[in-house]
Write a protein that binds this ligand. Structure first.
Ligand code: ADP
Ligand code: MG
Length: 686
């Protein structure tokens, strides 16, 4: 049944070739107990490895039941070991993390037999060999003799035609030696048992034939076989069965619990990092865009003409600001903004005021086109109510201004006084420009923009100025002449026109106005649109951009370190299982199944940290948002949305990719690194 013809096997040791077996011819029968003797290093284990197809010979051919081993593909070799060849080792090589039944049933489970049937069969064997009492025992608690007898049951459960036993009694006492030999002896009545042994006593007592190896060949053979024998081959097929892989993985999972917890924590931290970053990247821009609009200044700007003038006899230049040409502005802003005169000569944009009669330091005053806030979609009012109609005696103040007052400022009275002179030619009119406002409402604005500010109605000032007549100038002109008439007709470089126009636009038009502003800047135009809101917001946006960019290296670092942890733990896990993997290999496991066990374990860890990170990630991002909002007054900076960047389930998908990719790479790398080192060596090291 086994025929070796001119077989040679060499190893490279220290760069030198050494033939362990050479020119070896051997014919073995279909049944009987054949002992192989020889000094240590004479190639006994190597011979068994050639027969089990764990290794290939370098010369000659090995025929098993008429089939040339070197012509078989890897899957056929694996099937051969699973169904036709059983291994028994000196040091038992049971799977310590599996119980007795699972160890015995292992080859059956690998071949795809239903778990219940496999366990039944394992129990029957235990009963037959009077080992029933071991059924519930933990493998690690068995005595050496018990372990070896369990190993024998594992080797024979698939009823292989050949049993290969490498010094099976080497680690046993006399009593157990006898039990083991009796089991083997019995099995050899119908099957072939090839046993390597140094023990002359048992070799003599049990062997049907004794072969001695020396100098790479056979030095002695007690009974040569004349003719090759073959047995009838029952073709058995392996069914794909994930059950045993799951079961084995489960066992390792418990065994490697500490390592897995470490790996879990490592992945969890990096997944948190990813989620927080996604939350920040995806929501900060949206939030800031929203926040930007939360300012009453957002839809107003001022436009002026700035001309550089050389100063004669000096290298310096002078910037002369004047009011632009109205019709030129109309062309520029057609349809996107309304153009209004600037009355800041009358109500200065930074002015002292008194509140309830008490004089206060200057504060910012800003005209607003719509003091009723009707055109605002957002509800910015946090105290009081915006006036129903345009009104000159009602103003809005922001939160920062309100905090200057310290209590609810609603209904408080703000007063400003301004005594002005208006000169037309040589006629001078004096004007007492005093106003009292009641605070109608407090608004909450984009926090970065805000200094204390009072918003008054531009339209009401305009109407007021239209009804305010300049007495002396009117008499001189011979007609009613209002302040408004005067402002509208004053020359572009007159202080009364404040050298500028106000422009007002809607939220929808804001982007177009800002584009025009950028274009003017780019083209180096004399016209300049200035917007305090926009300037502050651009500064803020740049800050956020810088922050976002500086987040990236940290994120990459987190990913790399988590990946490294994953690879390292996976590598160490692979190393710790290599012996077991070698045993599985000898028992006929498929190469990919063995790889999958490591992958499975790592994937389970990874997926569970993924789930944990998603479950905890949402509250965590909320917490971050909350903490950030306390320091920068902007809510929702790190909000994790399920459709971040407009992609449904984006955070989940992203984490899933990492959760799958990390363990795959983490499992592949160690196996790639170890691919050159034969698993067989793990078994022969004893
Ligand atoms: P035995 O089982 O008779 O003690 P082995 O068959 O295990 O001997 O080994 C025979 C010789 O081959 C030994 O010298 C051993 O060091 C060498 N050898 C076995 N396996 C390998 C291997 N994978 N790589 C290099 N040398 C090996
Ligand atoms: Mg050996």
């Amino acid at each position: 049944m086994i025929k070796l013809s001119k077989v040679g096997k060499k190893y490279i040791e220290g760069g030198e070739e050494r033939w362990v077996l050479r020119n070896l011819d051997l014919l073995l029968p279909t049944k009987g107990l054949i002992s192989i003797k020889g000094e240590s290093g004479s190639g006994k284990s190597t011979l068994l490895n050639l027969i089990s197809m764990m290794e290939k010979c370098d010369e000659g051919d090995v025929y098993i039941n008429g089939r040339n081993a070197s012509k078989l593909i890897e899957k056929e070799r694996e099937d051969f070991r699973l169904f036709d060849c059983g291994f028994i080792f000196q040091h038992f090589n049971l799977f310590e993390h599996l119980n007795v039944i699972d160890n015995i049933a292992f080859p059956l489970l690998m071949s795809g037999v239903n778990r219940r049937i496999a366990e039944e069969k394992a129990s029957e064997l235990l009963k037959k060999y009077k080992l029933e009492y071991l059924k519930e025992q933990k493998t690690s608690l068995l005595s050496g003799g018990e372990k070896q007898r369990v190993a024998i049951l594992r080797a024979i459960i698939n009823e292989p035609k050949i049993i290969l036993a490498d010094e099976p009694t080497g680690a046993l006492d006399n009593k157990n030696e006898k039990l083991v030999m009796e089991h083997l002896n019995e099995y050899s009545k119908e099957h072939l048992v090839i046993m390597v042994s140094h023990n002359d006593r048992i070799v003599k007592k049990y062997s049907d034939r004794i072969i001695k190896l020396k100098d790479g060949g056979i030095s002695d053979d007690s009974s040569l076989l004349k003719k090759e024998e073959t047995t009838k081959v029952v073709n058995r097929v392996r069914n794909n069965n994930w059950g045993w892989i799951a079961n084995v993985t489960k066992g390792y999972f418990k065994k490697d619990l500490k390592r897995n917890i470490l790996s879990f924590a490592g992945s969890l931290i990096s997944f948190f990092g990813i989620l927080i970053a996604v939350g920040f990247y995806s929501s900060s821009q949206i939030t800031i865009e929203k926040e930007k609009k939360k300012s009453l200044l957002y839809t107003s700007a001022s436009v002026s003409l700035i001309k550089e003038e050389e100063i004669e006899g000096s290298p310096l230049t002078l910037n002369r600001t004047s009011r632009p040409n109205y019709s030129e502005l109309e062309d520029l802003l057609q349809g996107v903004a309304t153009i209004e005169c600037d009355y800041s000569y009358f109500i200065p944009s930074y002015s002292a005021y008194s509140i309830n009669g008490e004089l206060r330091d200057p504060v910012a005053f800003a005209p607003i086109e719509d003091i009723t806030l009707k055109s605002r979609s957002e509800n910015m009012v946090i105290d009081g109510a915006a006036p129903e109609t345009d009104s000159l005696d009602r103003v809005l103040v922001n939160k920062e201004f309100a905090s200057l007052i310290g209590e609810s400022p609603i209904k408080h009275k703000i007063k400003i006084t301004n005594s002005l002179k208006i000169i037309d030619g040589n006629i001078e009119d004096s004007l007492d420009f005093s106003f009292s406002f009641y605070i109608a409402a407090v608004v909450e604005e984009f926090s970065f923009l805000n200094s204390p500010r009072i918003y008054y109605s531009l339209n009401s000032i305009k109407a007021h100025l239209a009804n305010l007549y300049l007495e002396k100038i009117s008499i001189a002109k011979g007609k009613n002449y209002s302040v408004l008439d005067y402002i509208e007709s004053c020359p572009s470089d007159s202080v009364y026109g404040s050298y500028a126009y106000n422009i007002f636009f809607s939220e929808d038009n804001a982007k177009r106005v800002f584009d025009i502003r950028d274009r003017l800047k780019r083209e180096g135009s004399d016209l300049a649109i200035t917007s305090e809101a926009l300037d502050t917001m651009q500064t803020f946006s740049s800050l956020v951009d810088a922050f976002t960019a500086s987040l990236a290296p940290f994120l990459i670092l987190a990913l790399i370190s988590s990946f490294a942890i994953n690879c390292f733990t996976s590598y160490s896990s692979y190393l710790s299982k290599r012996k077991d993997f070698a045993i599985m290999h000898a028992l006929g496991a498929r190469g990919e199944d063995v790889s999958n066990i490591n992958l499975f374990e790592n994937t389970i860890v990874s997926i569970s940290s993924m789930i944990a990170s998603l479950v905890l990630g949402y509250p965590l991002s909320r917490l971050f948002s909350f903490l950030l909002s306390r320091s920068v007054q902007i809510k929702g900076l790190v909000d994790l949305h399920l459709n971040a960047f407009g992609i449904p389930l984006f955070p989940i998908l992203l984490i899933l990719v990492f959760a799958l990719v990390f363990p795959i790479i983490g499992s592949v790398i160690p196996q790639y690194l170890m691919r050159k080192q034969s698993l067989v060596k793990e078994l022969s090291d004893e």
